[in-house]
Design a binder for this molecule. Sequence first.
Ligand SMILES: *Cc1c(COP(=O)(O)O)cnc(C)c1O
Length: 372
Amino acid sequence: MTNLETTAVHSGHLIDPSTGAVTPPIHLSTTFERAADGSYPSGYDYTRSDNPNRAALEACLTALEGGTAAAAFSSGSIAMMTLLQALSPGDHVIVPGDMYFGIQRVMREIFIPWGLDISFIDMTSLAELEKTLKPNTRLVIVESPSNPQIRITDIAAVVQLAKSVGALVAVDNTIPTPVLQRPFSLGADFVVHATTKYLGGHSDVLGGILVAREESDLFAHVQTIQHIGGAVPSPFDCWLLLRGIQTLPYRVRAQSDHALQIAQFLNSHPAVERVLHPGLKTHPGHEIAVKQMDGFGGLFSVLVKGNAEAAMAVAAKVKLFIRATSFGGTHSLIEHRASIEGPHTSTPPNLLRISVGLEHPDDLIADLDQAL
Ligand SMILES: *Cc1c(COP(=O)(O)O)cnc(C)c1O
């Protein structure tokens, strides 16, 4: 198999046969010509169904994750929503209580009223998962590391339990990316990404993608919803994503290494209560993370000593970190999560989430030191 760095640069990057352009053209045409006999010789007919830039992005993610097919969407949220929509009312779904807050909202406000039976559990507890599985459980969703509490779930163990009732497993791989975690090698059926984060990598494109390990009726239904609904990324968005992905392995490894250095610094700082980073030996998921990941990622959280005001005060004093939501870009970001998640949040009030960018780690450490 080709190494990941090579796949990231080459996959989906075909030399344009009509011009020899090394950088792929952006195909804005919404419609494609039919031959005299009515066939579509290019394989494309209308851009909602398929587009050359989108096909290239889907091929690239399929290769990076080691799947068989992918469906790209206009956001990470709609990628996950499409998977849920491909299920049927009455199906049972098990999801982690600590996961990206927007996806939890989608479940509570759209899919529970629509008829899915959704159980929110502590996915790090295999005993709780085993107790919650039912004969009609169709899907188990894992987010590991989770956002923002950075909990680690044993993906292979979840897969084994889910299989016992015939349920499928979808892993939100946005935080680790395929550079640090390969859910298909652990037995998962689907991988979901907010491409908005590390895959785009520069905080300038919104997108999502669902990758399938194997062809299935469920994935075919996902593709039908994609084709007839049209919640797809624009050709330019796909082009930007393929551009960003070329440097993904190098960015993510640097961000992951620097995040560990910063976490170790914070872990011994007197103004810090606790650092939530799976690379620290004191983290409850450390051993599983070592087993199933090739690094711990560029996103982690810190509980500062004191209350919400104390955490806000630290975020107020940083100079290099930017106070903003999201993660995975070149700029380091810091965010008080509880206040953006609102009144239903289970995030501790003194938690700050840190996305490590590509600045020198010494400068980031100095900035946090002066702020604390
Ligand atoms: C951001 C995020 C999403 C949602 O992606 P959008 O592109 O913002 O809709 C889903 N899962 C995780 C883990 C995320 O961080």
